[in-house]
Design a binder for this molecule. Structure first.
Ligand code: ZN
Ligand code: ZN
Length: 268
């Protein structure tokens, strides 16, 4: 078995486009057993055997976000009293009162169902491989909302050293790196640094989160020229009030970034 497993994997990678249709001639039970042998991991959400980390059924359950009824700046779903009827690009109270440091923020999906499971897997269970299907969602979101933009580089919302050490990696950086590859843009690792560790924001409101995050990120001095005058795509896994994006965008602006587009996999 130790010898056959790698062979089966190589075989499945070479022939995966044809394999499923070929195997489908077999009885359903045998088909399932063979798939389980070939792809022991299966779908990371429902466990269905197959080559995809996110199966078609789970993918179809992802509630993709559109811009309809959302703030033209931060992408938040507008409350009924915020939606200015007849306005092509309504803006939420928060963005109207205090314009965020970023130009636009958009999220691929709501933070629920399969996306919640995948993001948690990526963050807490060392599911590096889950970054790929999530980066695919980010890419789709980029094409849907930022197609008219001409970004120069991609960077990630930074994680504080201590937290990064505990987790072993920065999940947003994994996503940003994969997105940059899909967009054929340079990825700028370490452009932003988290200079202050911040308490968890779960129980904070929007204002407290903003104060909590203010000045928490900086652009490293030696890398600042890379951001000067550039249009930057800033990536994070989950966006809540936009405080984290706002603080990171403010740091990029301070370094002279011309335009900051924020993109997150999910919106809480
Ligand atoms: Zn599934
Ligand atoms: Zn807004």
């Amino acid at each position: 078995m130790a010898l056959t497993a790698p062979f089966l994997h190589l075989f499945s990678h070479l022939f995966s486009p044809y394999l499923s249709s070929f195997l489908s001639f077999l009885s359903p039970a045998l088909f399932r057993t063979l798939l389980q042998l070939l792809y022991p991991q299966g779908c990371a959400v429902c466990g269905a055997p197959g080559p995809e980390l996110l199966c078609a059924a789970c993918r179809a359950r992802i509630p993709v976000r559109t811009t309809e009824g959302c703030c033209a700046v931060c992408g938040k779903t507008l409350l009924t009293d915020e939606a200015a009827f007849g306005t092509a690009a309504p803006v939420c109270h928060a963005c109207r009162t205090r314009r965020p440091a970023f130009d636009l923020a958009r999220s691929a999906a709501a933070f629920q169902g399969p996306v919640r499971q995948l993001v948690h897997g990526l963050k807490y269970r060392h599911g590096f491989r889950l970054a790929e299907p999530l980066a695919e969602l980010l890419h789709g979101c980029f094409l849907a909302h930022f197609a008219a933009e001409r970004p120069d580089l991609v960077c990630a919302v930074p994680l504080h050293r201590a937290r990064r050490r505990r987790r072993g990696y920065n999940q947003s950086e994994l996503l940003a790196r994969l997105l940059a590859r899909r967009l054929a843009l340079p990825f700028a690792p370490g452009l932003l640094r988290r200079v202050r560790d911040t308490p968890t924001q779960t129980r904070m409101d929007a204002r407290q989160r903003r104060d909590n995050m203010a000045g928490a990120s900086r652009v490293s001095e030696e890398r600042a020229p890379a951001a000067y005058g550039k249009c930057v795509v800033l990536v994070d896994d989950v966006m809540t009030t936009g405080a984290t994006f706002g603080a990171a965008a403010a740091a990029l602006r301070e370094a002279g970034a011309g335009r900051v587009l924020c993109l997150s996999v999910a919106r809480d």
